[in-house]
Design a protein around this ligand. Structure first.
Ligand SMILES: C[S@@+](CC[C@H](N)C(=O)[O-])C[C@H]1O[C@@H](n2cnc3c(N)ncnc32)[C@H](O)[C@@H]1O
Length: 392
């Protein structure tokens, strides 16, 4: 292990994550679970009741416990190189009487832990890759233990993460560069002033009140990557992981009016996600990868009518068209902690979606309804539904 990794490891040994920050984002968000599964459609789902799951860089195990609650029959492994974090995780697992979780102390960049016989359907790796100085080795190990239809969900900071700017400003304010946060009243006031001066773009609220351990590892770490999403996507491609998209894509889409949607028809889910990430300059994102190439649906007139769309069960039973085909029938998709995603459909468009069972081509579905409608409107609904992962 080199000096950077040793220093990071020492910080996590001293203050195991996520005690330093009570913010587990992903498993509380059903939309993300749906989206993760949609990314591997139609080859089966990654997050299912009996899935084998890995939390890579699990800290003291909160993510594992959330997953164990949500999937009580799944087999869940938590790996981390902080022995302190793993000891706490094991103690918690005993206290919670969980039998389906195991924790091991391993360095994720060392391939000794990757077993030929152990494959995971779902791997979550949040807040780890940025602080590893051999990220390609980490990705290669994760790829080698991902099952054929599995999904890797990795949370990374972007070059727009405020940490680097805060570090530089802090160093100028105190006349020297810092790699650890000096916890005093004046330094916290200085931090508050810096974030106020940075304005609304900071992305981290109330950072001046954050625990020292969080500031030490996430804002003033001895080492951090903060690479562009496209670099992570390229690293992943080199180890045979295909980019499948981010949740930023569908969320951005929910803000758009139908009239502009046809400008986006050429985007599949991965390329639309990349485009949105580049536009939004967010401090970080969750990237999804899988081993097979995600299906590319092309929304051009010559190809779309030969598509055999399949509706995902999440939408439930859609109502029959027993009214004026033009009647508005918005479908509001509600997910905890997310903005609503709205399909502004009409009765006719819903009837088409209702018949998308993967058995018939779109042109046959349209013929079977026997009512003439504008194709442009229908394509807009199909495009939205496809980007949301509602149809594949
Ligand atoms: C920022 S914390 C994130 C913890 C957890 N994934 C979460 O989202 O709350 C990063 C974790 O990754 C672990 N970690 C960092 N580099 C590692 C490596 N090379 N091998 C194993 N664990 C590592 C740290 O010990 C720490 O627990």
């Amino acid at each position: 292990m080199n000096k950077n990794s040793e220093e990071m490891k020492a910080l996590y040994e001293k203050s195991p994550y996520p005690q330093v920050l009570n913010a587990i984002q992903m498993q509380t968000v059903p939309m993300l679970i749906h989206w993760i599964n949609a990314a591997v459609a139609p080859n089966g789902i990654a997050l299912h009741p009996q899935a084998t799951i890995l939390s890579a860089g699990c800290g003291s195990g909160d993510e594992v416990f959330l997953l164990a609650k949500q999937f009580p029959e799944a087999r869940i492994t938590g790996l981390d190189f902080s022995a302190t974090a793993i000891r706490i995780a094991r103690e918690k697992a005993v206290a919670l009487q969980l039998k389906n979780v195991v924790f091991e102390t391993v360095d994720l960049t060392d391939d000794a832990w990757v077993s030929k016989d152990q494959r995971f359907d779902f791997i979550a790796c949040h807040g780890v890759a940025d602080f590893v100085d051999a990220p390609q080795k980490l990705l290669s190990n994760l790829s080698n233990c991902l099952s054929e239809n599995g999904v890797l969900c990795i949370t990374v900071n972007s070059p727009h993460h405020p940490a680097a700017r805060i570090q530089a400003a802090y160093a100028q304010l105190w006349g020297r560069s810092n790699t650890a946060f000096e916890d005093s009243e004046s330094h916290r006031k200085g931090l508050e002033m810096i974030t106020q001066l940075m304005g609304q773009t900071v992305g981290i609220e109330g950072i001046e009140k954050a625990p020292k351990a969080y500031l030490d590892v996430d804002i003033f770490p001895p080492f951090a990557q903060h690479l562009a999403a496209t670099t992570w996507i390229e690293y992943a491609r080199q180890v045979k992981l295909n980019f499948a998209g981010t949740l930023d894509g569908p969320v951005a889409l929910s803000q758009l009016e139908d009239k502009v949607m046809n400008l986006l028809y050429h985007f599949d889910r991965p390329s639309f996600s990349k485009w949105v990430l580049a536009l939004q300059n967010k401090p970080g994102t969750q990237l999804l990868f899988c081993k097979h190439t995600p299906a590319k649906i092309c929304f051009n007139s010559s190809q779309i009518s030969d598509w055999m769309p399949k509706l995902q069960p999440i939408l439930g039973q859609l109502p029959l068209m027993n009214c004026d085909p033009l009647e508005p029938r918005p479908v509001r998709l509600r997910f905890a902690g997310m903005p609503d995603l709205v399909l502004n459909t009409r009765a006719y468009d819903l009837e088409v979606l209702r018949r998308c069972d993967g058995q018939n081509m779109l042109k046959d579905i349209i013929k079977s309804i026997g009512v003439e409608q504008s194709q442009t409107n229908l394509w807009t609904q199909l495009f939205r539904a496809y980007q949301y992962g509602l149809i594949s």
